[in-house]
Design a protein around this ligand. Structure first.
Ligand SMILES: *Cc1c(COP(=O)(O)O)cnc(C)c1O
Length: 394
């Protein structure tokens, strides 16, 4: 079996599993308790906070542990919106291809009277800092743009966007769930005010993540209760999960260079191999792209059948985000980069893990070619295309 759906979730690392299980057994105290059991848990929690902060160039007290990327996105956006409203600023800038944790939060704010500008994403899957500069207004309170896209893997010019935001005094949040642990991220160099990340996307456990909030920026609670996380996120901390996430992150960040060196040539080999299929197209820029991501559109194909047949061949892939599978709508990301409905339906995302081999890559290329050819063999759309009754787009 080849697991090529690491953008949906990753396998936990051995270090993360060991940290988790050891702590579940031994460190069950409540970190808010004053006796030794509690203080031991508190020490573990604060060490994890230092490790997570180090991994992104932050200070420990700038890290808020959350239940994952979605919660971090919600807290960041709702906080900045509320702060903006207090100053009479209710305009937000984002893009059309954000994760639903961002998009649905923005939709909610629109219903409450905020105005959101969704920047057009270029056909290569990138937005530019100039677009952000042009969209900023007097009443802009927040710019939220993802670091790396979860479907097509494109890496945005975050540093330049952050610079524009900083010079205009606008809070800048980035959903970095697909970037942290995969490419170098430094909140200081990148001019980031708020950043979301999630443990299970970098070999940590599910249900735990964090929000970085630059010192001096105010955030509001999503969850009311105790004074945990310096009054910014109530609820007894998931100490084993948090420490396990920190262990995974430390490891991922330490091996970023070897990860890139290993995955990039394999990714590019698969991109070239699949590219030999007629009437196919790579989605997203080939260069400004995370090392793990391959995303293709094929004409005359249903993405769902492609996945089922690849599954039969022992390859776990995706047609886009795990969150949209099960719905018949084509991916909002592919529509945002200008793919038309028919073509966006026939998409395939492969997101590689560090255990991928050259042989796996050959097998993936061969299998995708076979499956696409097989499906086209009885696709009425393909028949019309070949007969000239419909025009090829790709
Ligand atoms: C997975 C993902 C999320 C959600 O993170 P969870 O921890 O699953 O809530 C948010 N944004 C992006 C880009 C993601 O890939």
């Amino acid at each position: 079996m080849i697991y090529a759906d690491n953008a949906a979730t990753t396998k936990m690392s051995d270090a993360a599993i060991k940290t988790l299980t050891d702590l579940l057994k031994d460190t069950y105290g409540n970190p808010s308790s004053l006796y030794e059991f509690g203080q031991k848990a508190k020490e573990v929690l604060e060490q994890a906070r230092r490790d997570v902060a180090d991994a992104i160039g932050a200070e420990p007290n700038e890290i808020i542990f959350t239940s994952g990327g979605s919660e971090a996105d919600n807290q960041a956006i709702l906080s900045a919106a509320k702060m903006g409203a207090l100053k009479g600023k209710k305009h937000i800038i984002s893009t059309a291809f954000e994760h639903h944790a961002v998009l649905h939060t923005l939709r909610k704010l629109e219903k409450e009277g905020y105005e959101v500008t969704y920047l057009d994403v270029h056909s290569n899957g990138l937005v530019t800092a100039e677009q952000v500069a042009d969209a900023i207004r007097e009443d802009t309170c927040l710019v939220t743009i993802m670091y790396a896209n979860n479907e097509i893997g494109t890496i945005q010019p975050i540093r330049e966007i952050g610079e524009i935001c900083r010079s205009n005094n606008v809070t800048f949040h980035t959903d970095a769930v697909q970037a942290v642990g995969h490419i170098p991220v430094n909140v200081v160099d990148d001019n980031i005010d708020m950043l979301s990340a999630s443990g299970h996307k970098f070999h940590g456990p599910k249900g735990v993540g964090f929000l970085y909030v630059k010192k001096g920026i105010k955030v509001f609670n999503l969850i009311e209760g105790g004074a945990q996380e310096r009054n910014r996120r109530a609820g007894t901390e998931n100490v084993p999960g948090i420490a396990s996430m920190a262990a995974a992150l430390k490891e991922s960040v330490a091996s970023l260079d070897s990860y890139k060196a290993k995955l990039t040539p394999i990714r590019d080999k698969i991109i070239r191999g699949i590219g030999e299929i007629p009437h196919s197209a790579l989605n997203g820029d080939a260069l400004s792209r995370v090392p793990s991501n391959i995303n293709y559109c094929f004409e005359g194909i249903e993405g769902e059948s492609l996945l089922l047949l690849l599954d039969d061949k022992g390859i776990a892939a995706s047609s886009g985000s795990a969150c949209t599978s099960g719905s018949l709508d084509p991916s909002h990301v592919l529509l945002a980069i200008g793919r038309i409905h028919d073509v966006a339906h026939g998409s395939l995302r492969l997101s590689l893990g560090e255990d991928i081999t050259e042989e796996d890559a050959d097998y993936i290329i061969k299998s995708v070619k076979e499956v696409v050819e097989y499906l086209r063999g009885f696709s009425p759309v393909w028949r019309d295309l070949v007969a000239g009754k419909k025009e090829f787009i790709l």
